[in-house]
Design a protein around this ligand. Structure first.
Ligand SMILES: [Zn+2]
Length: 597
C-alpha cells in the first residue's frame, strides 16, 4: 500500500498509527508473559554459606547457571512469618502487619472473644505458624480478609485467571493466599496444601499420610519429600496445562528444612547436613520433572531462604528477668506481655495498666535501661519516634525511648499491631559453635534466679559453623539453632534464580532482599505493584537487563545510652540502594564511663 503525503501528514492518521504500534508493543509484552511458569522454592533457614557443590549440588548448579544474589537480605525480624509475608507480597512489616511468628494481637482486634476457635488464646501471644489460627484471625469478626495488608502475587495471578499452587509448611504458605481456607476454586486452577489445611480437599489421600513429628528428624524430611511429590504429581502438570492455554502459573513450595532440623540438632551436625542434602534432592527431582514435562524452557525457578541462622549461646527468659528486676508484676501478669520469638522478643505494655503516655514512657525506659546493661541484649526498636523538634530525624532515626531506634524508620511500625519494644538479642557473628553444639558441652540459661546450667540437647558437631546468638525460647538449649535477631548471620539469606527471565552465569553484587523477590516476580508476569509493596525490581539480574540504579552506599547509625557507670553504644549497619535500606548487621558495646571502675 502506498500512502500519499496528505494522509501521512494527517494528525488523526498518525494517532491511529501510534495506537497500532502501542497495541503491538502491548501484545508483545503480553506474549512474553503469556504461559510463563514460575516456581518459588523456599528452603526455610538456609544460610548462604551452606550452599556448596558437595552438600547441595543441585542448588550449586542452579546458582551457577543463572543468577546468584550474593548480597541478599532477610527482613528484620529475621523470622519465618515476617519473611513469608515479604516474599508473598513485596511488603515489609509496617505494611503487611506481620511482625513475628508469635504476636500479641488482642489490642488490635475489636472483640477477640468472638473469634471462633481462638477466644482465650488471644489473652497471650498467639503462634502464627498455624493455618487454622490464621484463618480464624482473618475471619469476619477478626481482620475480615485484611490479615495481610498487601495483596500477594499469588492472589493477583488468581485474579488474572492463572494457575496457583502453594505447597508446604503451615503458616508461611497461608500468607501467600490469606483467602486459602475459603477458596472453592477447582483443582485445575488452584492447589493449597499445608500441614494443616488443603484446598481443594485431598482425596483419597489424607493430609496426615506423612505426619510430621517434631523430634523425629526423619519425619521432617519425609514430610518435605511428600510435599515435593505432591508438587510433581499435581501442581506441575496443572501448571503445564495452564501454560499451554496461555495462562500464567505460579508455584510456591515452602520446605520445613533445613530450618527445623537446624533448630533441633544444631548447625553443622550430621542431621543438619543430611537435611541440606535432602532439600537439594527435592530441587533436583523437581527440575527433572520440569524437563520431562517439556516446560523447563518457559519456567523460572527462584530458590530463596526466609532468614539465616545462628547457634544458641545461652537461653534467656526476658519475662522472668523483668519479674526478677521488679518491672513486671509476675510471670503470668498482663501489665507487660512478652512474645518470645527466639532471637528477638516483642514487648507490649497493657493500655489499662499504663494509662498515660508518661507512665508508658517511664516503664519502657526502665525496661530498656535494664536490658541494655546485660550482655545478652542487642539493638532495641521503640514504637514511636522522638517528638517533632526532638532528636529523631532521617539521619539518626532514634526512638522516643533513649538508647533505641524508631520502628517507623525501619519499616517496623504498624499503628495497630506493633509492640512497644522489639528487643533483638545479641548475635556474635564470628564465634563458631565448637564450644556450644554437642551433648558434651554445658548449656546455660538465664532467668529470674540467675544463670543455671542445664542439659545440652544438641547433636554432636561435625563441621563448625560461625555465628552465635542469645535466644528466648523455652524449648531450645545452648548448641541448638535459632534466628530472629538483627545480626549478620541471621540477616544474610539465600537467593538464586534461573530461567528465561534471568541472566545467565551472573553473580549479582547489588543489595537485594526478600521483599524484592515478590516485586521482581510481578515484573516477570507483567502485574501491577499494589499499594504497600516496597520491594524493588531486581532489574540488574533480569534477562535483557535494565541499567542498575547507581551505586550502593553504607551507613552506620548510632544510639547512645548512659547508665550508671557505663555507656551503651548501639550501632546499626545499613546499605542503601535505589532508595531502599537493607539492614546488614548490628552491635551493642558497653564501655565503662570515665572515672568508673
Ligand atoms: Zn523460617
Amino acid at each position: 500500500m502506498r500512502l500519499n503525503r496528505h494522509i501521512l501528514a494527517c494528525p488523526a492518521f498518525l494517532l491511529v498509527l501510534a495506537a497500532i504500534s502501542a497495541s503491538a508493543a502491548a501484545s508483545r509484552a503480553i506474549a512474553k508473559t503469556q504461559g510463563r511458569v514460575l516456581l518459588l522454592m523456599v528452603w526455610d533457614g538456609l544460610r548462604p554459606d551452606l550452599m556448596n557443590a558437595r552438600d547441595t549440588p543441585n542448588l550449586f548448579a542452579l546458582a551457577n547457571e543463572g543468577v546468584l544474589f550474593a548480597h541478599h537480605h532477610a527482613v528484620f525480624p529475621t523470622i519465618t512469618m515476617v519473611n513469608a509475608a515479604a516474599l508473598a507480597t513485596g511488603g515489609e512489616p509496617d505494611n503487611t502487619g506481620i511482625l513475628d511468628d508469635w504476636m500479641y494481637l488482642r489490642p488490635s482486634l475489636k472483640d477477640s472473644n468472638d473469634l471462633p476457635g481462638l477466644g482465650a488464646l488471644l489473652n497471650t501471644p498467639l503462634g502464627l505458624e498455624n493455618s487454622k489460627n490464621l484463618a480464624a484471625l482473618n475471619g469476619i469478626e477478626g481482620f475480615n480478609g485484611y490479615l495481610v495488608g498487601v495483596e500477594g502475587v499469588a492472589q493477583q495471578i488468581i485474579r488474572n485467571s492463572g494457575y496457583v499452587a502453594i505447597v508446604g509448611k503451615q503458616g508461611p504458605t497461608y500468607l501467600f493466599d490469606d483467602q486459602a481456607d475459603r477458596r472453592t476454586t477447582n483443582s485445575s486452577d488452584y492447589l493449597f496444601v499445608a500441614d494443616d489445611l488443603a484446598r481443594p480437599q485431598l482425596s483419597p489421600t489424607p493430609l496426615d499420610e506423612k505426619r510430621l513429628r517434631v523430634g523425629d528428624l526423619n519425619s521432617i524430611s519425609e514430610r518435605d519429600q511428600w510435599f515435593a511429590s505432591l508438587l510433581m504429581s499435581k501442581a506441575l502438570p496443572a501448571a503445564r496445562a495452564a501454560s499451554l492455554r496461555g495462562h500464567p502459573a505460579l508455584i510456591i513450595f515452602w520446605q520445613h528444612n533445613p530450618d527445623l532440623v537446624q533448630h533441633i540438632a544444631g548447625l553443622g551436625t550430621q542431621p543438619a547436613l543430611n537435611a541440606l542434602h535432602e532439600c537439594d534432592a527435592n530441587l533436583g527431582r523437581i527440575r527433572q520433572m520440569l524437563a520431562k514435562l517439556g516446560i523447563a524452557h518457559r519456567t523460572d525457578v527462584i530458590v530463596a531462604s526466609d532468614h539465616g541462622f545462628a547457634t544458641i549461646r545461652m537461653s534467656v527468659s526476658l519475662a522472668d528477668l523483668l519479674v526478677g528486676a521488679g518491672i513486671k508484676k509476675s510471670a503470668s501478669s498482663t501489665d507487660i506481655i512478652v512474645a518470645r520469638n527466639g532471637g528477638n522478643d516483642l514487648v507490649y505494655l497493657s493500655p489499662a495498666a499504663y494509662e498515660t503516655k508518661e507512665a508508658r514512657r517511664a516503664t519502657l525506659a526502665r525496661i530498656v535501661d535494664f536490658a541494655e546493661a546485660q550482655e545478652w541484649c542487642g539493638v532495641i526498636f521503640s514504637k514511636e519516634a522522638a517528638s517533632p523538634g526532638g532528636t529523631t530525624n532521617r539521619d539518626n532515626r532514634l526512638g522516643w525511648i533513649p538508647g533505641t531506634f524508631a520502628q517507623e524508620m525501619f519499616g517496623l511500625y504498624d499503628p495497630h499491631r506493633s509492640p512497644d519494644l522489639i528487643i533483638s538479642f545479641r548475635e556474635i557473628p564470628d564465634l563458631d559453635n565448637r564450644g556450644l553444639t554437642g551433648p558434651v558441652n554445658p548449656a546455660f540459661a538465664v532467668g529470674s534466679s540467675g544463670q543455671a546450667v542445664g542439659k545440652n540437647a544438641s547433636f554432636p558437631l561435625i563441621r563448625p559453623i560461625t555465628g552465635a546468638v542469645y535466644s528466648d525460647s523455652r524449648s531450645l538449649s545452648t548448641g541448638q539453632g535459632m534466628h530472629g535477631s538483627a545480626g549478620a548471620r541471621e540477616l544474610q539469606s539465600f537467593c538464586a534464580a534461573t530461567g528465561p527471565g534471568f541472566r545467565r552465569h551472573f553473580v549479582d553484587p547489588t543489595p537485594s532482599g526478600n521483599a524484592d523477590v515478590a516485586t521482581t516476580i510481578r515484573r516477570l508476569f507483567g502485574l501491577n505493584t499494589p499499594a504497600g509493596a516496597s520491594g524493588r525490581v531486581l532489574r540488574e539480574a533480569l534477562n535483557h537487563a535494565e541499567p542498575a540504579a547507581g551505586s550502593a552506599s553504607e551507613r552506620i547509625l548510632t544510639s547512645y545510652l548512659v547508665l550508671q557507670g557505663q555507656e551503651v553504644v548501639s550501632k546499626l549497619r545499613l546499605t542503601n540502594y535505589d532508595g531502599r535500606d537493607y539492614i546488614d548487621d548490628s552491635s551493642v558495646a558497653r564501655k565503662p564511663l570515665n572515672g568508673s571502675p
